[in-house]
Write a protein that binds this ligand. Structure first.
Ligand SMILES: [Zn+2]
Length: 347
């Protein structure tokens, strides 16, 4: 039999990108060998506004079907990889699309959303953001119910912009492992970067790992070690340091690359509709490091991590396999999916 060799069992995943989407970006994914990218649909948008972005992605999937495909399951990611496409996982960086309605969790799940961050920098109905002091934690009714519902339907909980207490309580309350899709360890980076409040304590990272979660380390200069001067070697040193702290199975990449935007987008991200002043002064669009100008540069991670002494298999884990394992656990084995398979007679 003349069988094609099966594609490598390893995956490349970027756990967060937030660009203005055009075909140029999708071609960069292909050049970087990315099998799956988590993209942001909403920051402050409500249900109606977010549904519109779901519709835009449905159009992108039609118009660029030769290089991208929707990722509603891990099977979709495998199929896309085999077809030479990048699978796109839809996510939101706030629970604002759910408004105050638990039923909107399963509605957005049905629309293809698989990842939701609980809060974005500030307080909302679910919990506290990383700018809140004190962070009051997960709210006693709605917040707990949102976590349980996300667990039930199989939607990954993202804590990237949440406050310390909200992170610790969500990790404890969630039945499924959770993620920080884009962030860095505060103890490694220090307090000198512009968005230092976004980085996470060792306590949060260790608790996340103990429950099976993954952190995606970020090249975003406002969170990265040495800020705008972060070298590939320094970034990969941070990867090795985090692996030492929490274990190789719990570390991935979430670049937080956002390309092609007008600078006015930053005002929207930092104050939404809830303020007329930004809490942290705007300093324009960031300049990403010369070794990570676009997703096409993803190979540089492999080179830099090898220089840090990571083995080939460890590099595969960090560059994507850990995310695939987490998504399998959270999405595929969610109670709603298991019940569905059982009722369909597939034991
Ligand atoms: Zn973010």
């Amino acid at each position: 039999m003349n069988q094609q060799p099966s594609p490598a069992a390893h995956f490349r995943v970027d756990a967060l990108q937030c660009s203005r989407w055009t075909r140029v970006r999708f071609e960069e994914w292909r050049r970087g060998g990315l099998d799956c990218v988590h993209v942001t649909l909403a920051i402050w948008e409500d249900a109606r506004e977010t549904l519109r972005v779901v519709g835009q992605w449905e159009r992108f999937f039609r118009e660029h079907a030769d290089i991208i495909a929707p990722a509603r399951s891990v099977a979709d990611v495998r199929a896309a990889k085999e077809a030479g496409k990048t699978a796109v996982m839809l996510g939101v960086q706030n629970t604002s699309p759910f408004e105050d309605d638990l039923d909107l969790v399963s509605a957005f799940h049905a629309a293809g959303v698989r990842i939701a961050q609980l809060t974005y920098n500030v307080q909302n109905l679910v919990g506290g953001g990383c700018w809140e002091d004190p962070d009051p934690g997960i709210s006693g009714y709605y917040g707990r119910n949102i976590i349980a519902e996300m667990n039930r339907v199989g939607m990954l909980i993202d804590l990237s912009h949440c406050g310390e207490r909200t992170c610790l309580e969500a990790i404890e309350l969630s039945e499924a492992p959770v993620a920080i899709t884009h962030g860095n360890p505060a103890a490694f980076v220090g307090g000198a970067v512009e968005l230092a409040a976004r980085n996470r304590s060792n306590e949060v990272l260790q608790a996340l790992a103990e429950r099976g979660g993954v952190i995606g380390l970020s090249t975003y200069p406002r969170l990265a070690p040495d800020g705008n001067d972060c070298t590939l070697a320094r970034f990969c040193e941070m990867v090795a340091w985090t692996v030492e702290l929490v274990g190789i199975e719990h570390v991935g990449i979430g670049t937080d690359l956002y390309l092609g935007h007008d600078p006015s987008i930053l005002g929207w991200w930092r104050k939404g509709r809830w303020s007329r002043e930004v809490a942290i002064p705007l300093s324009g669009l960031p300049v990403f490091p010369d070794w990570m100008q676009s997703p096409a540069d993803f190979d540089n991670f492999a080179t830099g991590l090898a220089q840090q002494g990571l083995t080939e298999n460890e590099i595969h884990q960090v560059l994507g396999d850990n995310w695939i394992r987490l998504l399998e656990q959270v999405i595929v084995t969610a109670p709603a999916n298991v019940a569905h398979l059982t009722s369909a007679g597939q034991k």
